[in-house]
Structures are given as structure tokens and as C-alpha cells.
Design a protein around this ligand. Structure first.
Ligand SMILES: Nc1ncnc2c1ncn2[C@@H]1O[C@H](COP(=O)(O)OP(=O)(O)OP(=O)(O)O)[C@@H](O)[C@H]1O
Length: 310
């Protein structure tokens, strides 16, 4: 549990964070969103003491971060920034093994961890271990950045615009990888992003900030359906909120009974994708299958109801 309790950070002429209180549950992803200069990065960096609060407290499992030596705290938490932050003159293996080496793990354990992580991020260890960061693509470097942050099995991962520099396809893949890894390890993730789609897609909860204030902290569905202020409404965008609602749930969660013709849709796709598929194939209904077996149907009418204002 990360507990942010009435935290203020003032710089000479700015209140970067102005009385922010927020609870982040273990094993969840909290997406911090807001316009530029709203205080997201400042808040994130106070969690690992890269920035010191002017007042207020941040506690991790009940322990005030200011009472833990900064180096110890940062070794317990992964930190990923935009543009990966890899050491350019170190090999990929040395980069990934940084924190385990600092923690004094023995060589065999470090090597195994490096190989496991490279495997996990689909970077063949034999090929990539000895390469230098400049010999990788931007997307690969970003994966190595996340692998490095996870190397010492931290409970908490802090991410500041980690996918901001990636093209949309690579970015989508990186988001899927992150979701899968978060599920597998149960890591608590705090993710700063400018991108509301990314926040909706990845966040169990979204925290919206503006001018140092926390405006709303709620689930993506709640933020879309009931934005707390005009600013939040504007950030969510009104033109495609129906589609955003549909993008939150898998088709398999909203099956209907009945008969439908044609190529089945997979129960794992989102309701939004199913809607698009129905429109594209000119059908009002389609069968749904899971692992090749029929499990129900989906209809345009049914999807229409799910997309309507709750
Ligand atoms: N070291 C600093 N000294 C003075 N002012 C600062 C410092 N760091 C941040 N600020 C100010 O605090 C405010 C919040 O900055 P912060 O970087 O937290 O915003 P942000 O929401 O992360 O923005 P962005 O999305 O552009 O990264 C801004 O007005 C910024 O100019």
C-alpha cells in the first residue's frame, strides 16, 4: 500500500503538488494523468525520494519513506523513465544486472535473472546479452529499461512516460507486455502518462491532476462516466467516451444467448473491437467462441446498450 498523505511540494515560485492525498492499493496500476506541469512527475519522484516533500507524508506499508535511507528505498523500487535511461557504455546484461550487482547477489544468480528477464521480454539472451544499447531499436531499449527496473524483483515500479517515445504499434505491444508482467509478478505500478487512452487501458485506477491538485481518483469506467470536474471531462474527451467504455471489458464478460451466423468472434477481444468487427462485416450479430468452442453470441443492440451513458 502506498499512502500519499496531504503532500505539498513548493518550489520558489510554484506549488508543484498542493495537498495531494491518495491511496494506491498493492498489486494495482495507478495511472497519473494531467496536462504538462500539473505535478505528476514531482509526485512520482517523491515516492522514491528523488524529490523531498515540503510537507505531508508518503508511507509504504505504513513506513514513512523519509525514514528509509534513499539508496535502500530506490533499490526496493523500480524506476523507468522516458528514453529508457540505459547506461550507454554498458552491455545489455550489465544494464539489466545493475541493481542485483549493487545488492551483492552472486554471479550465477545475477546471470540467471538477466537471462530470465530477457526471455520474458522476448529478447533472446544469446543474441542480446552482449550488445550495447545503441545496437537495439527504440522499442527493444525500452523493454530493457523495464527489465532493468524489475531485476531485483521490486514490489513497486515507478514509471514516468515510459512509452512516450514509441510508435503506436510498438507502444501497444509494450503496454500488453507490461500488463502481463504486472499480473504475473503482482507489482504495484505508478505510471505517469499524458495519454488518456494509455491510462484507461492500463490503469486499475486513474488519478487526474491539474495545477498541483488531485481532481479525481477513480476507476477508468467511473472517470469516463462521471468526471468530477469540467477539466476531467475535457481530458477524457466527450466525442469517443462510448467507445472508451466499450474498450474496458472483454467480449466474454457480456455474452448473449441465441443464434448468429458467420465467422465467430473471439471472446478475448474487447467489446470495442467486437463492435467494429460487426460494423465491418455488416452483421447485426455474430457467434462468439473461446478456444474454438462456441460460448454465446454478441449483437449490435446489446453493444449499443453497454456503450450508453451508465
Ligand atoms: N526543480 C524544479 N524547480 C523549480 N520548479 C520546478 C522543478 N521541478 C518542477 N517544477 C515546477 O513544478 C510544476 C510541476 O512540474 P512536474 O514536472 O511535476 O509536472 P508534470 O505534470 O510532470 O509535467 P510534464 O507532463 O510536462 O512532465 C511545474 O510548474 C514545474 O515548472
Amino acid at each position: 500500500m502506498i499512502e500519499i498523505d496531504n503532500v505539498v511540494k513548493t518550489y520558489r515560485d510554484a506549488r508543484a503538488c498542493d495537498g495531494v492525498s491518495l491511496m494506491i492499493d498493492p498489486r494495482t496500476i495507478c495511472a497519473l494523468v494531467g496536462t504538462s506541469g500539473s505535478g505528476k512527475t514531482t509526485l512520482l519522484r517523491m515516492i522514491n525520494r528523488l524529490v523531498q516533500p515540503t510537507s505531508g507524508h508518503i508511507r509504504i506499508d505504513g513506513r514513512d519513506v523519509m525514514s528509509v535511507p534513499a539508496y535502500e528505498l530506490r533499490r526496493q523500487m523500480g524506476y523507468v523513465i522516458q528514453g529508457h535511461g540505459l547506461f550507454p557504455h554498458w552491455t545489455i546484461a550489465q544494464n539489466v544486472g545493475t541493481v542485483p550487482s549493487l545488492l551483492g547477489w552472486d554471479r550465477a544468480r545475477i546471470d540467471k535473472r538477466i537471462d530470465d528477464l530477457l526471455d520474458l521480454f522476448q529478447l533472446d539472451p544469446a543474441t542480446y546479452r552482449h550488445r550495447m544499447p545503441h545496437q537495439l531499436s527504440g522499442g527493444q531499449r525500452q523493454r530493457v529499461g523495464v527489465a532493468r527496473a524489475l531485476a531485483a524483483k521490486p514490489n513497486i515500479l515507478l514509471m514516468d512516460e515510459p512509452f512516450g517515445a514509441l510508435d503506436p504499434v510498438t507502444r501497444g505491444k509494450a503496454q500488453e507486455d507490461l500488463r502481463a508482467i504486472q499480473k504475473k509478478f503482482g507489482t504495484t505500478i505508478v505510471l505517469v502518462t499524458h495519454d488518456m487512452d494509455e491510462a484507461i487501458h492500463l490503469g486499475d485506477r486513474i488519478a487526474v491532476m491539474d495545477k498541483g491538485h488531485l481532481l479525481q481518483h477513480a476507476s477508468p469506467a467511473e472517470i469516463i462516466a462521471n468526471p468530477a470536474t469540467d477539466f476531467v471531462r475535457e481530458l477524457v474527451g466527450t466525442t469517443d467516451r462510448a467507445f472508451r467504455l466499450l474498450s474496458l471489458a472483454p467480449l466474454g464478460d457480456h455474452l448473449e444467448q441465441g443464434k448468429a451466423e458467420g465467422e465467430p468472434l473471439d471472446a478475448g477481444m474487447t467489446l470495442r473491437t467486437a463492435y467494429s468487427e460487426l460494423l465491418w462485416s455488416g452483421r447485426k450479430a455474430a457467434p462468439v467462441s473461446r478456444d474454438g468452442l462456441p460460448v454465446g453470441i454478441v449483437t449490435l443492440d446489446g453493444l449499443g446498450k453497454l456503450a450508453a451513458r451508465p
